[in-house]
Write a protein that binds this ligand. Structure first.
Ligand code: SF4
Length: 432
């Protein structure tokens, strides 16, 4: 979502004459769009500002703006602690960035804009065309979360659930497709909680997917990130009705232990999660699931951990993320007694090795097979191209005759844990 927000911040700023530069030392304005999910996010921001200060030691100071979830969480504390920062702008207030810059240029007055102004934000963004011209584009449809998992800061930094108007989203999708996008990834912190009503009609994520599925020039549809509780029957049915919806779903479970799921306030248990995956597999046999896992959550016993390992082996998750629990200030889990770090590291190592083996075995199954790839770009200074499979696996391949945006069949000749490698022999297939 930060990538989407960064692009939209750029769209706004280009309206008042700013252009992107790769030469940091030449920047007149430095925007650091931050994420609060990772550990020590706040400290990393101050380190980065230290580097900016050093770069500009002998030249005119740029306007320094901290946006995103760290800005929201830390608010004006940031300006007090580091006076080199000129503005702090939360993720629901970045539509104000151009007005604030113009005011700053006039009055040199520092700003802290961290109110939850999400309706106004999307109303303003609607008027500014989304300039992304990527083959695969993100499109935010929903923000915030009402689930309040005990380890997570999102409900505090992004605010309550908000769903954008259906029509606004479809217009933005058409705009992206006319700019060349062939794949749209619908985004939200809790994307499958999307729920918008207008004129007595209710629109859900399934309504959006069905509508996008009808657009001729669009080849692939994805959505992320989902909560198991919001995998409703109408959404599951999309895997049957919508051939452009890719057979790959990121569905975080976090733990395979009922005791830990309850302690995390996840609002689902292991059996419920398994029942959702079963339904999906009945309706789309080739579907693959990826997940996030937290290891060493407060109170996690050896048995709880083994329950998670069993679940991983039962489902065969591909391409998943796993982390040791680290407390986020202000969340209920932050005041719980933490587990032994040595034990948690041991468990993480075991889990990652199992996940890695599943991934390697899965990638191996592509060897010598033809695999459908959406071509995204040509690699710089090489006769090689980059694309992704239906399952989001990156593919790097030789080809002398293909174009970004094409769906082609690449013969896979080698692999590693994260990538497939192959060649394209101009045997084209139709869009899925
Ligand atoms: S559902 Fe996701 S975004 Fe919401 S609180 Fe839980 S982990 Fe955070």
């Amino acid at each position: 979502m930060n990538e989407y927000d960064s692009d939209r911040i750029y769209d706004l700023m280009s309206g008042i004459g700013f252009n992107k530069t790769d030469i940091k030392k030449e920047a007149d304005c430095f925007v650091l769009n931050t994420c609060h999910i990772r550990e020590k996010a706040t400290e990393k921001v101050y380190h980065e500002i230290g580097r900016v200060k050093k770069n500009f030691r002998n030249s005119k100071k740029p306007i320094v703006i901290i946006s995103g979830c760290v800005a929201q969480a830390e608010s004006e504390e940031m300006i007090k602690r580091e006076p080199y920062i000129d503005m702090v702008i939360g993720p629901q207030s970045y539509h104000q960035i151009t007005d604030l810059i113009l005011q700053y240029q006039r009055k040199k007055q520092k700003f802290n804009a961290t109110e939850f102004d999400v309706v106004k934000k999307f109303d303003k963004l609607e008027k500014i065309s989304n300039s992304q011209n990527k083959i695969s584009s993100y499109l935010t449809i929903q923000e915030g979360c009402d689930k309040f998992c005990h380890f997570c800061v999102v409900p505090y930094t992004r605010g309550p659930e908000y769903s954008r108007p259906f029509k606004q989203i479809i217009e933005e999708a058409h705009n992206l497709i006319s700019n060349g996008s062939k794949e749209i990834i619908l985004l939200g912190q809790n994307v499958n909680a999307y729920n918008f009503s207008s004129n007595n009609k209710q629109y859900k994520l399934s309504s959006l997917i069905n509508e996008l599925n009808r657009i001729d020039n669009l080849k692939r549809i994805r959505f992320t990130t989902s909560h198991p509780k919001d995998m409703t029957e109408d959404l599951i049915a999309c895997y049957d009705n919508c051939e452009k919806l890719m057979p790959f779903l990121h569905l975080p479970v976090q733990s395979g232990s009922n005791q830990i799921l309850a302690s995390m306030n996840r609002k689902h248990d292991r059996d419920y999660y398994l029942s959702v995956v079963k339904k999906l597999k009945v309706i789309r046999k080739n579907i693959k699931i990826s997940s996030d896992f937290i290891v060493g959550y407060p109170g996690e016993t050896e048995k709880d951990f083994n329950d998670t390992i069993n679940l991983i082996e039962e489902i065969g998750f591909v391409n998943s993320y796993s982390f040791i629990f680290s407390p986020r200030p202000g969340t209920p889990a932050a005041i719980k007694k933490t587990n032994s770090l040595i034990e948690s590291k041991k468990r993480l190592k075991k889990m990652q090795s199992i996940l890695e083996n599943i991934q390697i075995e899965y990638n191996k199954s592509y060897l010598n097979q033809y695999c459908e790839v959406l071509v995204e770009n040509k690699l710089t200074n090489q006769e090689k191209y980059f694309g992704r499979t239906k399952y989001m696996i990156p593919v790097i391949f030789d080809a002398n005759n293909c174009k970004p945006g094409e769906l082609i069949k690449v013969k896979i000749t080698s692999f590693n844990r994260n990538n497939l490698f192959g060649s394209y022999n101009s045997y084209k297939i139709k869009a899925a």
